[in-house]
Design a protein around this ligand. Structure first.
Ligand code: XMP
Length: 273
């Protein structure tokens, strides 16, 4: 949304890059590029997958993943682009949770006393920092963004890395991405605020074709919420849960167990990392 806002203010003087960190939904970079091309905004895709995966190698601590794995790599890439100012879509929930010490959202810097000019060599402009999700959506609609973009479930800035418990490797992300496709296809159009698949670190014993199969566990979460500050699990029909479990265990290689989270936020969080 800030891309469109910036484009309205600056026109072609705004340089728009989509940093492909290798952690996005299936086909996301190209899809975003196409949607913006239709709106007359040129988006350049910067392939930085190797850099992010290198920084995430061996990292299992959630806060370290956010800081060393995402924020720092992102900061370096922006500086390498030669940008003097970064337009960033930080919203109010991001700030609140970080300042309260709940979770360091990857895009919060100034509010933690970090001078981006000094640390990264550029200034950060945050035009929607006072807004929560409903207001952000109203603004997206007013700016003429397609509904497909402003009404879709939120997706965190650190992307699928927020949903991999334990080490984030290209293989584990690929597995989670495939499970995410199933969850998003099955729950598309349902009135929940947000839904997702999460890959657990522990493997469990399963049974396939009469043989022991020691495999992965996927957890599905689906949230009722308005602004992500609090949330409760959506009471999905059991048949729908069964369909998702069935599809994931058949379509995603190596998964032998699918669970559904029934814990509200708090004490849970929306994302797992
Ligand atoms: P949590 O997991 O903190 O999520 O209950 C609240 C909302 O914030 C999103 N989220 C993030 N967004 N950078 C972001 O841009 C982050 O580091 C981040 N962590 C969580 C999450 O998707 C949910 O909508």
């Amino acid at each position: 949304m800030v891309t469109l806002l910036g484009h309205r203010a600056l026109g072609d003087r705004l340089k728009t890059c989509f940093i492909d960190n290798g952690l996005m939904r299936q086909d996301e970079p190209r899809r975003i590029q196409q949607i913006f091309a239709d709106l007359g905004v040129r988006v350049e895709i910067l392939d930085a997958q190797d850099k992010f995966f290198a920084a995430l190698r061996g990292v299992t601590d959630p806060e370290e993943k956010r800081d060393k794995g995402i924020t720092e790599v992102f900061g370096k890439l922006v500086r390498e682009c030669g940008a003097k100012v970064l337009l960033q879509g930080t919203n109010y929930t991001d700030v609140e949770e970080t300042v309260a010490g709940i979770k360091r959202q990857h895009n919060i810097l100034a509010q933690l006393g970090i001078d981006t000019q000094e640390a990264y060599g550029y200034k950060v402009l945050e035009p929607i920092i006072q807004l929560r999700k409903p207001a952000v959506r109203a603004m997206g609609e007013a700016l003429g963004l397609p509904q497909e973009l402003y009404a879709r479930p939120p997706f965190p800035g650190l992307a699928l890395a927020a949903r991999v418990i334990g080490e984030v490797t290209p293989e584990r992300v690929a597995l989670l991405r495939a499970a995410t496709v199933v969850v998003e296809e099955e729950l598309q159009g349902c009135p929940a605020f947000q839904y997702m698949a999460i890959l657990h670190e522990d493997k469990v014993t399963g049974l396939r074709d009469g043989k022991r199969d020691f495999g992965h566990q996927i957890e599905i979460r689906c949230w009722d919420s308005t602004d992500a500050v609090t949330g409760s699990p959506t009471e999905l029909p059991f048949e729908k849960l069964r369909t998702m479990a069935d599809r994931i265990t058949h379509e995603v290689p190596g998964v032998v167990s699918v669970t559904y989270s029934i814990t509200p936020k708090p004490p849970s969080c929306i994302e797992a990392v």
